[in-house]
Design a protein around this ligand. Structure first.
Ligand code: GLU
Length: 425
């Protein structure tokens, strides 16, 4: 087995971070060489060039990617992001993390990820629709309920999923709701999917608090990010009795040791569409990154990758780090977290509530029978609590941190099925 590939100048390369963690876990597991080689690489990757006519009549070509990392345990599953800085390396890393995430929570999917280099904030609704439809049409053979099932991620939402579902269905000549998850409820979406990632984060924070014999009311929480994940996590944690003392969106952050009135923040940001740092209800303004280093018990980064690095990890004051975003911590920062004794709930466990309810949505679409929200939430709680216990048990049994334990558990599960199926080589 080759030596780990991470070199210091790679710290901000998310694929290098993903590889480094995979290597550590694979070594600890003593994976046999052929299995290791198979699992180390994605299944396939595609770049698509997406010509669309802009509203001003000019033809522009956008670049999109889709990576299938693993089909071993089931169809590929993973979001599509629309962002100006999307790279193939990033999508490749995120696709592999989806494989491990689905395996950690033991749902029957492999991992995938997609992305389009574009700035959704600067495109009209019509332009976004055309980009989405053409991307879907280019990938028509890749997608399918039994092949690859996309979902929302950074910069995409229910509406984008509705366009994907419609485009796929037009080509397939039949309505195929199960080709995509995170759809509007009215067209085959699941109750509870919108806030599922945030709810999952609350559930694992509750588990960590119980493990340390602490009560919700004793814990100060900082949430970085106020998108789909961060806003739901902050609101649900506030409603559950946690004290949310730090918040941030792309415009900047606020810290207030007295705690924020989350319904008022939600109203300001999500309904009035105002920048979070201008919130009139108190708090000291600071940058979105600075908010990570303020006093708190639970730190919940739920924005973008590479926020916690080897340079700044020593400044974290939390005792629990719960990763709402994908890859908010670089592999180089892991050692620093261990040295400080921070209890990490790694992204592939912490934010798996989203893909878990995506799985429930896929099941409901295929069954044509829809569940009440209480049933979705109850089943989500069961999956998240059980997965948390399994990761912590694995970490104790193998004397590794929670992140490596989660990777080991996931890789072991994929390797087990791979050996049963055999490698068609
Ligand atoms: N984009 C989300 C994630 O990174 C959800 C993926 C899904 O539901 O397929 O986990």
């Amino acid at each position: 087995m080759p030596t780990p590939t991470l070199s210091p100048h790679d710290e901000m390369n998310v694929y290098a971070s993903a590889e480094a963690r995979f290597e550590i876990a694979a070594r600890k597991l003593g994976l046999e060489d052929g299995v290791y080689r198979f699992m180390r690489y994605p299944n396939k990757e595609i770049t698509v060039y997406i010509p669309i006519t802009l509203d001003n009549g000019r033809l522009e070509v956008f670049i999109g990617y889709r990576v299938h990392h693993s089909l071993v345990r089931g169809p590929c599953k993973g979001g599509i992001r629309f962002a100006p800085n999307v790279t193939l390396d990033e999508i490749r890393a995120l696709a592999s993390e989806m494989t491990w995430k689905c395996a950690v929570v033991n749902i029957p999917f492999g991992g995938a990820k997609g992305g389009i280099i574009c700035d959704p904030g600067k495109l009209s609704r019509g332009e976004l629709e055309r980009i989405t439809r053409r991307y879907t049409a280019e990938l028509i053979e890749w997608f399918g309920p039994e092949r690859d099932v996309p979902a929302p991620d950074l910069g995409t939402n229910e509406q984008v999923m509705a366009w994907i579902m419609d485009t796929y269905s037009m080509h397939a000549r039949r309505t195929t709701t199960a080709v995509v998850t995170g759809k509007p409820i009215e067209m085959g979406g699941s109750q509870g999917r919108h806030s599922a990632t945030g709810r999952g984060l609350l559930i694992v924070c509750d588990k960590a608090m119980a493990k340390f014999g602490k009560r919700r009311g004793d814990a100060r929480v900082i949430v970085q990010g106020f998108g789909n994940v961060g806003s739901a996590a902050a609101s649900l944690m506030h409603a559950a009795g946690y004290k949310v003392v730090g918040i941030a969106d792309i415009h900047g952050g606020l810290y207030d040791e007295k705690g924020f009135d989350l319904p008022a923040v939600e109203n300001w940001v999500l309904r009035q569409h105002k920048p979070l740092p201008d919130f009139p209800g108190g708090g000291t303004p600071m940058s979105a990154q600075e908010v990570l280093f303020q006093p708190c018990d639970i730190l919940l980064p739920a924005a973008i990758e590479n926020q916690i690095t080897s340079e700044n990890v020593h400044r974290i004051q939390a005792s629990i780090l719960c990763e709402g975003a994908n890859g908010p911590t670089t592999a180089y920062a892991d050692e620093g977290l261990d040295a400080k004794g921070i209890f990490v709930i790694p992204d592939i466990l912490a934010n798996a509530g989203g893909v878990t309810v995506s799985y429930f949505e896929w099941v409901q679409d295929r069954e044509g029978f829809f569940w009440r929200e209480s049933m979705v939430n109850e089943r989500l709680k069961d999956v998240m609590e059980h997965s948390f216990d399994e990761v912590v048990r694995y970490s104790e049994a193998h004397a590794v941190n929670n992140r490596i334990a989660a990777y080991m558990l996931a890789i072991d599960r994929v390797a087990f099925v791979l050996k049963l199926r055999g490698i068609y080589a």
